[in-house]
Design a protein around this ligand. Structure first.
Ligand SMILES: *[C@@H]1O[C@H](CO)[C@@H](O)[C@H](O)[C@H]1NC(C)=O
Ligand SMILES: *[C@@H]1O[C@H](CO)[C@@H](O)[C@H](O)[C@H]1NC(C)=O
Ligand SMILES: *[C@@H]1O[C@H](CO)[C@@H](O)[C@H](O)[C@H]1NC(C)=O
Ligand SMILES: *[C@@H]1O[C@H](CO)[C@@H](O)[C@H](O)[C@H]1NC(C)=O
Length: 296
């Protein structure tokens, strides 16, 4: 058989696009085109309908102001994580406190990043001074007193670096509707989780936080007696529970190491103390671990 010429091929192509003898476009007659159009209109209408129904069903299960899974049913297992700053480098837990400009700046920036949200006016919050218990159903969150927080650790002293007394900022992660359970004063005296020095001054108005060396040698070089906490040692109960209030800010705490031996790497652990906080170092829950090295 003879091969079709180029002209015959092009003609064939045009005939396919529009065949005047049969009255078809792209090989389909008017009736066929009509049917296929109607089919696709119905098809896409159904698809859109199913999509809308699925989304609507999904939104039914969502609540606007609170998560559906809470407390122990949430994957967070209602155990707050603890975080610290400075952490200029995510890969290391070493806080290397040096006076030299470049490293000091990274240290300061790392803390400023967190404080930025607190150093602002116009937040809707209330003064909770003197409230020593949790505020259930509170619509307005407690105010973090920025002046008190930054009394000993601030930008002016490069968060303690200029004095070779480094400050570390601690924060507990927010968990919706998590209510801390603390020991009452008598219970605390026999609780094994509460260190002796805290037992002496224990009050049941806060989640106490204890920082200490990992080893007795670390404790000696750390100058345990010379640690100060700003604005107080622990997180006040009045800030809990967190209920997604507008302008809520988690309470913060600075730990200032006032008498650390220089040029010596110290291993430090800070723990939050409450009946319903489990300290798990591997999961970074309830406490933090870091190394501190001062090279002034
Ligand atoms: C806090 O805000 C003031 C004024 O906006 C600013 O000068 C200061 O550097 C800020 N401090 C921190 C720690 O962000
Ligand atoms: C809260 O503190 C006040 C004053 O410090 C005290 O009188 C009161 O008993 C405390 N309340 C509780 C529940 O501990
Ligand atoms: C904030 O703390 C400072 C210093 O502790 C104190 O003088 C001031 O009265 C506090 N402000 C408020 C609103 O509580
Ligand atoms: C600082 O620590 C040294 C020993 O490590 C101690 O002799 C000295 O009294 C401490 N100073 C203060 C103010 O605690």
């Amino acid at each position: 058989m003879e091969k079709p010429t180029l002209k015959a091929r092009i003609d064939g192509c045009f005939t396919f696009l529009y065949d005047s003898s049969k009255g078809t476009v792209l090989g389909r007659g008017p009736r066929s085109w009509c049917e296929i159009t109607v089919f696709y209109i119905i098809f896409f209408a159904c698809l859109a309908g199913f999509f809308a129904a699925t989304i609507a069903g999904f939104y039914q299960t969502i609540e606007e102001h609170q998560p559906r899974l809470q407390g122990t049913s949430s994957i967070l297992r209602a155990n707050p994580g603890m975080g610290y700053e400075p952490m200029p480098d995510m890969d290391t837990t070493l806080i290397y406190a040096r006076k030299i400009e470049k490293e000091r700046q990274a240290y300061v920036d790392s803390i400023n990043k967190v404080l930025k949200a607190y150093n602002t006016t116009g937040l809707v919050s209330t003064d909770c001074t003197g409230i020593n218990e949790t505020r259930l159903d509170a619509k307005v969150p407690c105010r973090v007193n920025f002046t008190a927080l930054t009394e000993g650790c601030n930008e002016a002293n490069a968060y303690g670096m200029l004095e070779a007394k480094p400050c570390v900022l601690l924060k507990l992660n927010k968990i919706y509707n998590w209510i801390p359970a603390v020991w009452d004063v008598e219970e605390a005296q026999t609780a094994s989780a509460v260190p002796e020095y805290i037992k002496k001054k224990y009050t049941n108005d806060r989640i106490w936080v204890d920082c200490h060396g990992e080893n007795p040698a670390d404790d000696d070089n750390l100058g345990l007696d010379a640690i100060t906490y700003y604005p107080q040692q622990g997180f006040p109960l009045a800030f809990y529970p967190y209920m997604n209030q507008k302008d809520y800010r988690s309470p913060l705490m600075f730990v200032k190491f006032n008498n650390v031996t220089n040029h010596l790497g110290l291993m430090i652990e800070c723990k939050a103390l409450a009946k319903n906080i489990v300290v798990d170092r591997t999961d970074k829950e309830g406490g933090v671990h870091f190394e501190l090295l001062i090279d002034p």
